[in-house]
Design a protein around this ligand. Structure first.
Ligand code: ADP
Ligand code: MG
Length: 397
């Protein structure tokens, strides 16, 4: 789960990480009040969307830039009016862009140098890693590809936590030697690691972290993601969730305890279990098809949840065929069959439907589907099912 920059910075402030003062707004009527709380002079206006690259982004009406350093408050107000409720396209949003529903007015910072600093999980080493670079403000992927020597990685033993030598390695990697700055960096790293660890973050990224001419070190941007499996421990974090930023189908699915992942093909997959989902997608690809999504109904979904799952799948206009691939372990094939039948009563299924049921109460499930009179193709094995759905979709095009 991701949050906005302004939310991340509010959390940072609580961990002693220096940020530029800022106020978030959601409507033009809030502009004046927000601007009054910032000092006169330059104002930075920043679009709040769950995607990076805002500075270099362009709005769909041609207005350039999701981050503007404005010379005064009246220019900031005008610029903000152009940005709010406009759609911003960055290299991370996809061509459709993201509607900007929140803006962040910021105090400007004089920048001497921009750095990159992040903490994330190193999956291969099963431990947190601090990633630091002197090349701030750039895409870290580009730095990693072109000048990997400019990236410092410091691995942390999770049992020991952050140690002074970790902080020295980061300081050395970033080229800090001034005593006062080393002290600031030490405090910042301590706060950032504490935040990462306590909040079960999956990523905390500051790009850029800057030094100001007076020597101050400040987090100018903040990107934070949380481990969803740990959200139950953090109701305060769950409160920061912005459903507008998420795929509405994924949100709807999560309300019913289902996991829905949108992809860009045309064959919908309704499965139980993530492993089966992977295998189903692989085999669809093997037979020359492309998955449009996968919807995992999990181990113990109810008939209602399966009905909702079907409705979600059918609401995707890219879906040209559906493959139901269920292995009933705990799940009864009867529940799946009833869910499909109930969904078909609500929403007309206009695309080919291939069903492969196996396992617990498979006979009863198949019998229910046969009696229902639904137009579907049944399949006996995974490869048979995948082959059939790919062929049917091709034939219908
Ligand atoms: P993004 O990474 O999405 O483009 P950033 O928050 O990193 O957005 O902003 C882009 C650039 O705008 C930064 O690299 C920095 O140069 C400048 N910038 C951002 N916030 C401020 C600020 N408060 N004062 C001065 N410059 C800023
Ligand atoms: Mg940035």
């Amino acid at each position: 789960m991701n949050i906005h920059e302004f939310q991340a910075k509010e959390l940072f402030a609580g961990y002693g990480i220096p940020i530029a003062k800022g106020i978030a707004v959601k409507a033009e009527s809030e502009f004046d009040n927000a601007l009054a709380q910032l000092p006169d002079g330059k104002i930075v206006v920043k679009a709040q969307i769950h995607a990076g690259g805002r500075g270099k982004g362009t709005f769909t009406d041609g207005f350039k830039g999701g981050v503007h350093v404005c010379p005064d408050k009246s220019t900031a107000r005008e610029t903000a009016s152009k940005m709010l409720n406009n759609t911003l396209v960055t290299h991370q949003t996809g061509p459709e862009g993201k509607l900007v529903k929140t803006l962040y007015f910021n105090e400007p910072c004089a920048i001497e140098k921009e750095y990159y600093l992040a903490i994330t999980l190193d999956r291969a080493g099963s431990r947190p890693v601090i990633i630091a670079s002197t090349e701030g403000g750039m895409d870290i992927e580009t730095v990693a590809a072109e000048t990997p020597e400019k990236i410092t990685r410091v691995f942390i033993d999770p049992a020991q936590g952050l140690q002074p030598h970790h902080k020295r390695s980061v300081a050395f990697g970033l080229g800090f030697s001034d005593k006062a700055q080393l002290k600031q960096l030490d405090k910042l790293l301590t706060g950032l690691y504490k935040f990462y660890w306590e909040k079960d973050a999956s990523l905390v990224e500051i790009n850029p972290l800057i030094t100001a001419p007076d020597g101050a070190i400040i987090a100018l941007d903040a990107k934070v993601g949380f481990d969803e499996s740990a959200l139950f421990r953090h109701p305060d974090v769950v409160n920061l969730r912005d459903l507008d930023e998420e795929d509405p189908k994924e949100v709807e699915a999560s309300k019913h305890g289902l996991s829905y992942i949108a992809l860009d093909g045309n064959i919908a997959c309704l499965v139980n279990g993530a492993g089966l989902a992977m295998a189903t997608m692989d085999i669809i690809k093997h037979f020359g098809g492309n998955p449009a999504n996968f919807l995992d109904v999990g181990g113990g979904a109810s008939e209602e949840a399966v009905t909702e799952a079907f409705k979600i799948i059918l609401s995707d206009p890219n879906v040209e065929g559906i493959l139901v691939n269920i292995f009933g372990g705990i799940m009864s094939c009867k529940v799946i069959a009833k869910g499909i039948i109930a969904a078909a009563k609500n929403v007309e299924i206009k695309v080919p439907l291939v069903v492969r049921l196996e396992g617990n109460e498979v006979k009863e499930g198949k019998a229910l589907l046969d009696e229902s009179g639904l137009a579907l193709t049944s399949a006996d094995s995974l490869s048979d099912a995948a082959k059939k759905v790919v062929e049917l979709v091709k034939a219908s095009n």
